[in-house]
Design a protein around this ligand. Structure first.
Ligand code: NAD
Length: 702
C-alpha cells in the first residue's frame, strides 16, 4: 500500500499523507502524492485537491530513514513533485495541522492555497543540520510571510505557531474544528468561485532598502554563527529571492544547498543528529523490550547531585521522595532546589503556580519507610564504597520487588554495588552530570547483571526527563570521565613544557570547546581530580602524571569555590583572571623538573588535547565500554561542551583521516619532551588507520 491515500469526496480529491511517525517525504510518499495529483488532474469530476496529513501533523519534512540512501534522491524528487503541484490546473490546497516543517512546509508552499488549524508549528529547521531549505523554501517563504520574518525563521530554524502568521499570504484561512471538513469547504468554494490559482512564485517582492537590510543581516548573522557556515548561506539564499527572478533564485538556492551539503560542519551536524538517535538502540535489547512502569521515584541524598536529579523528576511530573540523613540536610537540599526554581521564575520561564506544583511533587523524608514503594530509586550519597554498601543493603531490604535500584556513582564499580543486593539484575548506573537539572547527558551504566528491561526502562526514563542517554559499560570513569582524564593529563604536560593555563584554554575555546580544561577544572573543583590522582599514584605507579596540579591543590586553590584555582576570582564574579602567582608556580615547576620552557603553538595545544581524547575513545571501543564511536561523540557533545560543528572527537578524527591522526601522535611521541607511552596509538585506532577505515564507519568493535 502506498503511503499516500487517495479518495474523492464530492468534487474534491483528498490525498492523505500517511507515513508515520511524521509523514516524512520518503520516496514512496512522494510517488504516491504525485500519482494522486495526476489522477485528480485526469478525473473530470474532481475540481480541487486537498493534501492533508494523517496522524500527528502535515509533514515533518524529509524521511530521515532514507538519508544517505538512493531513495532520498530517486525520482520523483521533492523538486519534481513541487513543480507538478505548482503546475496543476486544479487548485491544490494544503491542510495543515500539527506541524509543517522543512520539506513538509516547502510542499505546502508550492500548493496554491493553504489552510491550517491554530497551534500547527511551522518551521524550516534545515539550518540546524548545517543546511538550508533546498526545495524552494528560501524563495517562497519570503513571498508568503515577508522577507524579514522569513529570514528570521530560516536562519534560526525556529518553529512558529500558525496563528502568529495569520493574515499573511501563507494562510488563506485558519480553520476551527475539523480540519478536513474545513479544508473541503474551502476547496469547494475556491472551485465554485473559479478563483485564480495563486502561485507564490508569481508574487513580486519589493524591498527598496534591500542592500542595507541584507548588509545588516550579514553582519549580525556572521557574528552570531561563528564556526557555522549555514546561517550566512541562508541569508544569501533569501537575498537571492529579492534580487533575482524566481527561477534564478531557485538555482542560487540549489547551488548554496549543494555547497553546504559538502561542508565538514554540515556533515558533523548531521552526524550528531543521527548519533543521538542511534545511541538509544542497544543491539541485544530490542526496541520492543517491555519496560517497567515509572510512576514514582525516590532519590537518596539531597546534595549537589541529588537535588538536581529530583528536579528532573518533578519537571516531568513524576512524584519523587528525597531521603537524607538529617532534617537539616533535607532542609538545605530543598532550599537549594527552591532557589533554583526561583531563578527560573525570575527569568520568566516558570510561573509561580508551576513552581509550587513542582515543589509539591518533591517529598522530603528521613525515613526509608517512605521510599520502599517507589518504582525507581536513584542513590546520590557520598562517593564512598562503604557508604554505598550500607545504602544498597538497606534498599535491598525496603524496596518493593521489581523496583529499579540506580546509582549515580561517578567512579565506583557498579557491579560491586549491585552485589551488595540480592537483586543485581535490578541495579543500573545512572550517571548524571552537574548541574543535574541542566546538563543533557546521562550515561546509563550497564552492569554485568543488569536486566534488559531495566536498561530499556532507564533509556525510556531518560527521554521522559529530557536527557540524552548513552549506554556505557562498567569501568573507571565510564566513557566521558575516562577520556577526560587523558585530556587533562595532556593539558598538564603542556603547562610543564611552556604553556600557561589561559593559553591552553584560549586555544581550545577558539577551536570551539565551550570551556578550556583549566576554567573547567576551576568550576568543577580541582580537589576532585586531586583525590582521583592520589588513588592513581598507588594503582598505576608506572603512569606518568604531572604533579603540577597537586602543587596548586596544596595551596588550597580548589577553584571557584575557594576563590582561586588556575585563575583568581573576584568575589561574586565567575570571570577567570590569569594569576601571576600561578604562572610563577608553573615556571618554577618546569625549572625544577629540568624542562626548558618553550612557546607551544596553539595548533599543538589543540591536537595534543583532542588526540588524547581520541586515543582513549579508541581504547573504550576496544574494551567494549561504548557500543559505537558515535556514542562517544554524543557523550562529548552533550556533556563536555565539545563543538557540535566538529561532530564529537571520533567524528573529528575521522574528518582529519585516521592515518593523519596516528602520524601526528607518533610525531608527538618522538619529540624529546614527548611521552611515547602516552602517544602509543590504541590498537583499534592503528588497525582502522591501516585499513583506511574510519571510527564512524566501523560502528564500534563490540
Ligand atoms: P554531595 O556531598 O553534594 O551530596 C551527598 C549527599 O548525600 C549529602 O547531602 C549527604 O548528607 C547525603 N548522604 C550521605 N550519606 C547518606 C545516606 N546514607 N543516606 C542518605 N543521604 C546521605 O555529593 P554529590 O556531589 O551530590 O555526589 C553524590 C554522588 O553523585 C556521588 O556518588 C558522586 O560521585 C556522584 N556524582 C557527582 C557529580 C558532581 O559533579 N558533584 C557528578 C556526577 C556524579
Amino acid at each position: 500500500m502506498s503511503s499516500a491515500e487517495y479518495a474523492v469526496q464530492g468534487a474534491v480529491a483528498v490525498i492523505t499523507l500517511n507515513n508515520p511517525p511524521v509523514n516524512g517525504l520518503g520516496h514512496d510518499l512522494r510517488r504516491g502524492i504525485l500519482a494522486g495529483i495526476d489522477r485528480a488532474e485526469g478525473d473530470t469530476a474532481v475540481r480541487a485537491i486537498v493534501l492533508i496529513g494523517a496522524g500527528k501533523g502535515f509533514s515533518g519534512g524529509a524521511d530521515i530513514r532514507e538519508f544517505n540512501t538512493p531513495k532520498s534522491s530517486a525520482e520523483p524528487t521533492l523538486l519534481t513533485l513541487l513543480q507538478a503541484i505548482e503546475a496543476s490546473s486544479k487548485p491544490v490546497i494544503a491542510a495543515i495541522h500539527g506541524m509543517a516543517m522543512g520539506g513538509g512546509l516547502e510542499l505546502a508552499l508550492a500548493c496554491h492555497f493553504r489552510v491550517a488549524i491554530a497551534g500547527a508549528q511551522i518551521a524550516l529547521p534545515e539550518v540546524k543540520l548545517g543546511l538550508l531549505p533546498g526545495a524552494g523554501g528560501t524563495q517562497r517563504l519570503p513571498r508568503a510571510v515577508g522577507v524579514e520574518t522569513a529570514l528570521n525563521m530560516i536562519v534560526s530554524g525556529a518553529a512558529v505557531p500558525a496563528e502568529q502568521l495569520r493574515g499573511t499570504p501563507l494562510f488563506d484561512a485558519l480553520v476551527e474544528g475539523d480540519l478536513l471538513a474545513g479544508a473541503r469547504r474551502f476547496a469547494e468554494a475556491v472551485a465554485a468561485e473559479g478563483r485564480p490559482l495563486k502561485r507564490l512564485r508569481d508574487v513580486p517582492i519589493r524591498m527598496p532598502n534591500a542592500d542595507a537590510f541584507f548588509g545588516f543581516a550579514r553582519n549580525s548573522v556572521a557574528a552570531a554563527s561563528k564556526g557555522y557556515p549555514a546561517p550566512l548561506a541562508c541569508v544569501e539564499a533569501v537575498a537571492g529571492a529579492v534580487s533575482k527572478p524566481f527561477d534564478e533564485g531557485l538555482k542560487h538556492e540549489r547551488n548554496l544547498f549543494v555547497q553546504l551539503m559538502n561542508t565538514p560542519e554540515s556533515k558533523a551536524l548531521r552526524h550528531a543528529f543521527f548519533a543521538e538517535r542511534a545511541a538509544s538502540k542497544i543491539p541485544d535489547v530490542p526496541e520492543d523490550t517491555p519496560t517497567r512502569p515509572v510512576r514514582t521515584a525516590a532519590v537518596l541524598g539531597a546534595g549537589t547531585m541529588g537535588g538536581g536529579i529530583a528536579m528532573n523528576f518533578a519537571n516531568a511530573g513524576i512524584p519523587v521522595t528525597v531521603l537524607e540523613v538529617s532534617r537539616e540536610a533535607l532542609d538545605k537540599g530543598l532550599a537549594t532546589i527552591r532557589k533554583n526554581y526561583e531563578r527560573t521564575l525570575k527569568k520568566g520561564k516558570l510561573t509561580p503556580a508551576k513552581l509550587e506544583e513542582r515543589m509539591g511533587l518533591i517529598r522530603p523524608t528521613v525515613s526509608y519507610g517512605d521510599v520502599g514503594q517507589a518504582d525507581i530509586v536513584i542513590e546520590a550519597v557520598f562517593e564512598d564504597l562503604a557508604v554505598k554498601e550500607g545504602v544498597f543493603k538497606k534498599l535491598d531490604e525496603v524496596m518493593k520487588p521489581g523496583a529499579i535500584l540506580a546509582t549515580n556513582t561517578s567512579t565506583l564499580d557498579v557491579n560491586r554495588i549491585a552485589r551488595f543486593t540480592r537483586r543485581p539484575q535490578d541495579v543500573v548506573g545512572t550517571h548524571f552530570f552537574s548541574p543535574a537539572n541542566v546538563m543533557k547527558l546521562l550515561e546509563i551504566v550497564r552492569g554485568s547483571a543488569t536486566a534488559n528491561d531495566v536498561l530499556a526502562t532507564a533509556l525510556s526514563l531518560a527521554k521522559k526527563i529530557d536527557k540524552i542517554a548513552v549506554v556505557a559499560g562498567v569501568c573507571d570513569g565510564f566513557i566521558g570521565n575516562r577520556m577526560l582524564e587523558q585530556y587533562i593529563r595532556q593539558a598538564m604536560f603542556l603547562l610543564e613544557e611552556g604553556a600557561l593555563p589561559h593559553q591552553v584554554d584560549r586555544a581550545l575555546e577558539q577551536w570551539g570547546m565551550a570551556m578550556g580544561p583549566f576554567r573547567m577544572s576551576d568550576l568543577a573543583g580541582n580537589d576532585v581530580g586531586w583525590y582521583i590522582r592520589k588513588r592513581r599514584y598507588v594503582e598505576k605507579p608506572d603512569v606518568k602524571y604531572s604533579r603540577i596540579a597537586d602543587r596548586l591543590c596544596e595551596l588550597g586553590r580548589f577553584g571557584q569555590k575557594t576563590g582561586a584555582g588556575w585563575y583568581r576570582y573576584e568575589p561574586g564574579n565567575r570571570d577567570a583572571i590569569p594569576d601571576p602567582a600561578v604562572e610563577e608556580m608553573i615556571t618554577r615547576y618546569s625549572a625544577e623538573i629540568g624542562v626548558q620552557r618553550r612557546r607551544v603553538p596553539e595548533e599543538e595545544i589543540v591536537e595534543r588535547c583532542i588526540f588524547a581524547l581520541v586515543n582513549e575513545g579508541a581504547r573504550i571501543l576496544e574494551d567494549g565500554i561504548a557500543l559505537r564511536a558515535s556514542d562517544i561523540d554524543v557523550v562529548y557533545l552533550a556533556g563536555y561542551g565539545f563543538p557540535r560543528f566538529r561532530g564529537g572527537p571520533m567524528c573529528y578524527a575521522d574528518t582529519l583521516g585516521l592515518p593523519n591522526v596516528v602520524r601526528t601522535m607518533r610525531g608527538f611521541a618522538a619529540k624529546p619532551s614527548g611521552d611515547p607511552g602516552f602517544w602509543r596509538p590504541a590498537h583499534f585506532l592503528k588497525s582502522l588507520a591501516a585499513e583506511g577505515r574510519a571510527f564512524n564507519q566501523a560502528g564500534g568493535v563490540s
